[in-house]
Design a protein around this ligand. Structure first.
Ligand code: NAD
Length: 432
């Protein structure tokens, strides 16, 4: 459904009226397209404190000066005390204004040091700084914090955050572990070439966009959806040169059937299928509870276990599950859905270290906010409008925004990103 308000605020009378009334001022976001693979303008590197990061190794094309930067990378990983924290202000204060529309600010921080509470305090301060700047900066610009120890491990993450692909990701704190040994992909335009990706619930909506984006990145895609939606799944698969699999993921043997359909194995598993059956708890029959928990959580646990233990998910593999901001903040009428999506967060945090150590597979989640799909088009007008505007970018996201985030997590160079829950919500006001 078109966002008419966004179109209206883009006109001169619309801008005048909405400013006078103090209404939100969404800016059209500059998203990735083949015609616009990168943001126009330089990438400025600033430093606060004494950094030990070797950013040259990340291949990011950074400059020490840029007049109207499209992106600013502030390396604050060496900030260890409150005095040096002032350098964050000193570095960004003069340049924030000049960052272009849909520009990016990425702050680099260090993991919190449990043996140094001064370092931990100021590194945590960067989180509050990042989230506050994200809320005030406007004009479609985003601000994110990456905690890291080795810049080489963060190349895919920084390229994503500094690009138009992360248009709807703001106010996030992402931790990147130590360097993973994966060699860079032979063709950076098709990083998933030679890999197989299975996306559940991919006949439409966000899942369809995920399949499309992974195929763009070179993956052979398997489009899974319920047998009733098999025709749509086949249409998507044909368009992307992939295959369709009609399967209800709540079937007790779904994992085995996926394994049987993929005798050569699988590299990327995207748990996207999900349903809502909203009711307040007082009015919620047991069936509404169990169907949501079964599709959104139990089947994710079952198929993940089956594909990991059977070894069908190859080393270097990626699991990306779908949470929701309702699972982080809670939502009235969604005790079942909120429980199922919070369960995904628990699954990711617990399984990620073990899956990497034992199977060489990373496990992360995307947590979408308000995304323009059939699901959200069905929400009554006023609630829908509130959902769309209650975020720092004052608009809904698109399925492509979730898809690009998934593609970054699925990237062969993202092996050091593990156990993360990344919100794709335009920095929604709901939840932390
Ligand atoms: N749209 C949003 O704003 C939003 C926000 C937060 C989270 N999410 C999550 O993103 C995911 C995709 O959402 P969407 O808006 O594209 O939904 P959608 O309803 O448009 O698509 C979901 C797809 O999953 C399939 N599916 C449902 N049950 C299945 C089953 N048992 N087996 C196989 N396939 C099944 C459906 O047939 C459908 O094609 C869901 O997990 C949803 O909870 C969406």
């Amino acid at each position: 459904m078109a966002d008419r308000y966004l179109t209206f605020t883009g006109t001169a009378p619309g801008r005048f009226l909405t400013r006078r009334l103090g209404l939100p001022q969404p800016a059209p976001l500059k998203r990735w397209s083949p015609q616009r693979p990168a943001l126009e303008g330089g990438r400025l590197l600033l430093t606060a404190g004494k950094s030990e990061l070797d950013l040259a190794g990340a291949g990011l094309d950074l400059a020490a000066s840029a007049e109207q930067p499209a992106a600013v990378l502030l390396d604050a990983s060496g900030v260890r005390d409150v005095e040096t924290l002032a350098e964050v202000h000193a570095a960004l204060h003069p340049v924030v204004r000049s960052v272009g529309e849909s520009g990016r600010i990425v702050v680099l921080g260090a993991p919190l040091d449990p043996a140094d509470h001064h370092q931990a305090a100021v590194q945590q301060a960067l989180e509050g700084f990042t989230r506050s700047l994200g809320k005030e900066i406007g004009r479609g610009r985003t601000v994110n914090l990456v905690r890291l120890t080795d810049a080489r491990a963060a190349g895919s993450t920084l390229r994503f955050l500094l690009s138009p692909k992360s248009a709807y990701v703001s106010g996030q704190v992402i931790e990147v572990g130590p360097c993973d040994e994966t060699a860079p992909p032979a063709d950076p335009e098709r990083p998933l070439a030679g890999r197989t990706a299975l996306v559940t619930g991919a006949a439409r909506g966000i899942g369809e966009a995920v399949a499309e984006t992974l195929a763009r990145d070179g993956a052979r895609v398997v489009v899974l959806d319920v047998p009733q939606a098999e025709q749509d799944a086949r249409r998507v698969a044909d368009r992307l040169g992939g295959t369709a699999l009609g399967l209800d993921i709540t079937a007790p043997d779904a994992g085995e059937r996926i394994a049987a359909a993929l005798p050569d194995g699988l590299d990327v598993l995207v748990h996207n299928a999900g349903i809502t059956r909203d009711r307040r708890l007082v009015n919620m029959p047991a069936e509404r509870w169990s169907s949501v928990l079964d599709v959104n959580l139990a089947s994710v646990l079952r198929t993940t276990d089956a594909l990991l233990t059977s070894g069908r998910l190859r080393r270097g593999g990626r699991i990306v599950a779908t949470a929701s901001i309702a699972g982080l903040a809670g939502n009235a009428g969604q005790t079942n859905y909120g429980a199922s999506k919070a369960g995904i967060v628990g699954l990711v945090r617990s399984l990620a270290p073990r899956a990497l150590a034992e199977h060489g597979v990373t496990v992360n989640a995307v947590a979408p906010g308000f995304i323009e799909t059939k699901m959200t088009a069905a929400i009554p007008l006023f609630i829908r409008e509130a959902g769309r505007r209650m975020n720092s970018l004052a608009q809904g996201g698109l399925p492509a925004d979730v898809a690009e985030t998934t593609a970054w997590l699925a990237h062969p160079g993202s092996g050091a990103v593990n156990g993360q829950v990344v919100r794709v919500c335009g920095q929604s006001l709901l939840g932390a």
